[in-house]
Structure formats: C-alpha cells, structure tokens
Design a protein around this ligand. Structure first.
Ligand code: GRF
Length: 207
C-alpha cells in the first residue's frame, strides 16, 4: 500500500507534530509528512519541520482579507504537496467551510478534552472551572462546527484537586502524543470506517 501523505497545520510549539514525526520514524505510521503549514511565522513547528527536511510553509492570516481567501491559499499549498490527510495539530484558526468541504473526511484534529465537553479555546481551564474529575483528549474528524466532528479515539485523564490549566494540559499532552499517532496510523492503514457520526475501527483482518 502506498504511503499516505500528511499535511500538518500547526500554529505553535508543535509537540504533536513531533510525536507524529517520531512515530513515522519508528515505522508506527505508514505515512510521510509532505508539508507543514503554519499561520505564524515564528511557530516552532516550522523549525521542527525544517530540521526534518520537510517543506515548511508560513501562510500568514494577516495577509488575507477574509477567512475564505486564507482557506484558498491553504488549499493550494496542500494540493501542491498532494496531501491525502490534513492533520490539525494546535492550529489556532477556524477553517473556512469551503476548505472543510474540499477535504471532507480527510481532516483530523486533536482536542484537549473529552468531547463534546469543553469545546473551543481553553478546554483545560473549562474542565477545571466545571469541576470534572476526568478530562482527557479526543481525536476527531473535522466538520464545519468547532470541535463537533465524528470521534475517532478518546482517552480519559484524571483532574487533580490542585490542578492548574497548565498542570492538567501537561498530563493530557502525554496522552495526546500517543493517541494522535495511533489515530493517524489507523487512517493510513484504511481501518477507519465513517458512517455519519459513527467511526468504526476495523480489525486488521477487516481492513
Ligand atoms: C494541544 O494541546 C492540542 O490538543 C491542541 O493544541 C495543543 C497543541 O500543542 N489542539 P502542540 O503545538 O502540538 O504542542
């Protein structure tokens, strides 16, 4: 089976990008990262990509008048690099609906909470403020809502009484770094079957 080409979109430090690169290097994901795109020129994710010899492209949102124009520019770069799966890894921009339709079923995101709880920004602080005993992370396909798409994998993480948003984020991140590569590997192996909101994980025999 041919390798899946990933296009990773990241706005910040890129620790999930790094976990994905490490998993590819360890042959845990049958894929290659074709391009890393950031909306921020200073994103550490771009440096990580360059260090890995991967094309690193900055598409600065400020250069575009609208979300739609920005989405078109993203799509052009993604298509140029023949990306099969768009991987959002801490990408802090809401994507244009036309962009999402163009890559429908081929965009994944990781969110640092157990969806559908605590969608949107500051998910860890939301979990602490609500007083939940468990939070965690969710890998999901992206639809036109914010953190509302079909769920692929989730894992719970305890919330401790003295947690701050930062200490909880750190605990969740450890799980993110394992769960995201695992979800991408399932996709690349053809083991994710989507039917509306339900994503079925096929066994190795069924793939
Ligand atoms: C992660 O917590 C992820 O769940 C969220 O943004 C953060 C990105 O972190 N979507 P990093 O840039 O991958 O280190």
């Amino acid at each position: 089976m041919a390798k899946t080409v990933l296009g990773v979109l990241a706005s910040g430090r890129g620790s999930n990008l790094q976990a994905i690169l490490d998993a590819i290097d360890a042959n845990q994901i049958r894929a290659e990262v074709g391009v890393v795109i950031s909306d921020k020129p200073t994103a550490a994710a771009l440096v990580r990509a360059k260090e890995h010899g991967i094309p690193a492209v900055c598409i600065d949102r400020k250069q575009f008048d609208s979300r739609a124009e920005f989405g078109k520019a993203l799509a052009e770069v993604i298509e140029k690099h023949q990306v099969d799966l768009v991987v959002l890894a801490g990408f802090m921009r809401i994507l244009d609906p036309d962009f999402i339709r163009l890559f429908s079923g081929r965009i994944m995101n990781i969110h640092p909470a157990l969806l559908p709880s605590f969608q949107g920004l500051n998910a860890q602080q939301q979990a602490i403020d609500y007083g939940v005993r468990l939070s965690g992370c969710t890998v999901h396909f992206v639809d036109e809502g914010t953190d509302t798409g079909p769920i692929i994998l989730q894992e719970a993480v305890p919330v401790m009484p003295d947690d701050t948003a930062d200490s909880l984020a750190e605990r969740i991140l450890v799980v993110e770094h394992r769960l995201y590569p695992q979800a991408i590997a399932l996709y690349c192996d053809g083991r994710l079957l989507s039917d509306g909101r339900k994503v079925t994980i096929l066994s190795k025999e069924e793939q």
